[in-house]
Design a protein around this ligand. Structure first.
Ligand code: H4B
Ligand code: PHE
Ligand code: FE2
Length: 277
């Protein structure tokens, strides 16, 4: 792993990120420390209630199938109990982290079928949108799909392949691909209007509606190399949403991509403006 926990902790504090990185292990995990207040439990229930009404209408069926299998909770999840359930379904588990972690350890967890979930929750003032991943984003957005075998296998492969791309010097490029697919991708569904696929959309009340339904949202046909060249900002609505024709198209594009060629061609080139792709 390239960055030490202590260096990363300093960087995050400088950027105003909220997590407490002082208690991290070398792989950036922490204990969940299940001691949430009654108010936090109430915020969790409010988030689940209002967001479930939206995802029912706007989320791709691959996500909704996952929700049905996982059974979303009316309480803040106990990561140990959820891991037990996931292990039986697909061999995945979830591990607690203090918030955003660097790309290399993040993908290393995925490669080992561990999904990092932040151990703190957004406040009532952030019900609609939060600028950094919190437990609601990580859990409500990402974990349901991990109950589905094809998606579970894909995410492990993603982690493995990402490590190869990072070794080629392509950490920013592979991060953009993750960003515009797993976090903010849209996906077509037979006989249905356009649906949301990415976890960053599933967890945001305002951006989910904007991305799928607004005439001002910039929808762009998915192209793997273009995605890997397109910049993004984490703390604003996205200025481009890439539309995937299907999950199989994503998986095939990823599996067959000549990552060494893509990284070689594009390293050092200016990043594309998402508003102009
Ligand atoms: C891979 C890419 O950097 C991506 O944004 C990762 C990084 N670290 C993360 N860390 C946490 N806790 N949650 C995430 O969703 C991510 N995403
Ligand atoms: N904006 C997302 C959280 C998020 C932040 C940064 C990256 C990914 C997700 C939400 O409101 O739920
Ligand atoms: Fe995420």
């Amino acid at each position: 792993m390239t960055m030490s926990v202590a260096d990363y902790a300093r960087e995050c504090a400088a950027q105003g990120l909220r997590g407490d990185y002082s208690v991290c292990r070398a792989d950036f995990t922490v204990a969940q420390g299940y001691d949430y207040s009654a108010d936090e439990q109430a915020v969790w229930r409010t988030l689940c209630d209002r967001q479930t009404k939206l995802t029912r209408k706007l989320a791709h069926h691959s996500y909704l199938d996952g929700v049905a299998a996982l059974g979303l909770l009316d309480q803040i999840p106990d990561f140990g109990a959820v891991s037990e359930k996931l292990r039986k379904l697909t061999g995945w588990e979830i591990v607690a982290v203090p918030g955003l972690i660097p790309a290399a350890p993040f993908f290393d967890h995925l490669a080992h079928r561990r999904f990092p979930v932040t151990n703190w929750l957004r406040t009532r003032q952030e019900l609609d949108y939060i600028v950094e991943p919190d437990m609601f984003h990580d859990f409500f957005g990402h974990v349901p799909a991990l109950t589905q075998p094809v998606f579970a296998d894909f995410m492990q492969m993603y982690g493995e392949k990402a490590e190869d791309v990072i070794a080629l010097g392509g950490d920013e490029m592979i991060t953009r691909l993750y960003w515009y697919t797993a976090e903010y991708g849209l996906m077509q569904e037979a006989g249905q209007p356009l649906k949301a696929f990415g976890a960053g959309l599933m967890s945001s009340f305002t951006e989910l509606q904007f991305a799928v339904e607004s005439r001002d949202a910039h929808h762009v046909a998915f192209d793997l190399e273009t995605v890997m060249r397109t910049g993004y900002e984490i703390d604003k609505f996205q200025r481009a949403y890439f539309v995937l024709p299907s999950f199989d198209v994503l998986r095939d594009a990823f599996q067959t991509a000549d990552m060494a060629g893509i990284v070689g061609r594009n390293k050092g080139k200016p990043v594309l403006d998402p508003a102009a792709v």
